[in-house]
Design a protein around this ligand. Structure first.
Ligand code: SAH
Length: 214
């Protein structure tokens, strides 16, 4: 889709992603297509393709493009997967995922954010995204198991329900650590075995709920 930000998007991909470890061509292609500016306030659209996170409503943030790309790439999507996202926020990450897998299930605890995201999903015809207002630390049992799970808020631990609702084989990315800084964790479940690897340091807003921060 061509729009007034087409060039900004292409520059974002070449200057912030392709040269910094994002090599999955499908991820690069989708990020050159999804109109990130629609997911921020009108007044901030001009900054939507910058190399930084941006504030969204309710004191939350839309992640830096590089972080969205890195977490998406880590999931190694082939196109057939069921993916669970915790923390819909603006909806940008879900929209990116929706073009790389079969179905996205996304959970958000703040109603105003969810309502805003749903409008854009309709506008962009992301019909393979199902969203729900709830405490995402409990997962979304009804549609489990998920081939991949992505948590876009920082948690003190990996919520047990999410490990339970992960398919075998399955993989999860989640920021785990303190309130102000976390390590991105990459978890795999293969033949019943859970393995956890730490990737880079990140700063996410807090995952608040039963199995997150109280
Ligand atoms: N993926 C989002 C980033 C959102 S920021 C995007 O692309 O814009 C993190 C989001 O997680 C916030 O919207 C916050 O409200 C939400 N969140 C925090 N704890 C949650 C929980 N327990 N369940 C669901 N959403 C949660």
């Amino acid at each position: 889709m061509m729009d007034r930000f087409t060039t900004a998007r292409e520059r974002m991909v070449s200057e912030q992603l392709a040269c910094r470890g994002i090599s999955d061509s499908n991820v690069l292609k989708v990020m050159s297509e999804v109109p990130r500016h629609l997911f921020v306030d009108d007044a901030m659209q001009g900054r939507a393709y910058g190399d930084h996170p941006l504030p969204i409503a309710s004191d939350q943030t839309i992640s830096q493009p590089l972080i969205v790309a890195a977490m998406t790439q880590a999931l190694q999507l082939q196109g057939t997967e069921k993916v669970l996202e915790i923390g819909t926020g603006s909806g940008y990450q879900a929209a990116v995922l929706s073009r790389l897998c079969a179905n996205v299930y996304t959970v958000e605890r703040i109603n105003t954010l969810l309502a805003g995201a749903r409008k854009i999903f309709d506008q962009l015809r992301c019909y393979n995204i199902l969203s729900r207002l709830d405490d995402g630390t409990m997962g979304w049992r009804e549609h489990a198991p998920y081939d991949a799970i992505i948590v876009t808020a920082g948690s003190p631990e990996i919520p047990e329900p999410l490990i339970d609702q992960l398919a075998d084989p399955g993989r999860m990315v989640i920021p785990v650590g303190e309130r102000d800084v976390q390590e991105l964790h990459y978890l795999t479940k293969i033949d019943g075995e859970i393995e956890v690897q730490q990737l880079e340091s990140v700063r996410f807003v807090s995952l608040i709920g039963e199995h997150g921060w109280k």
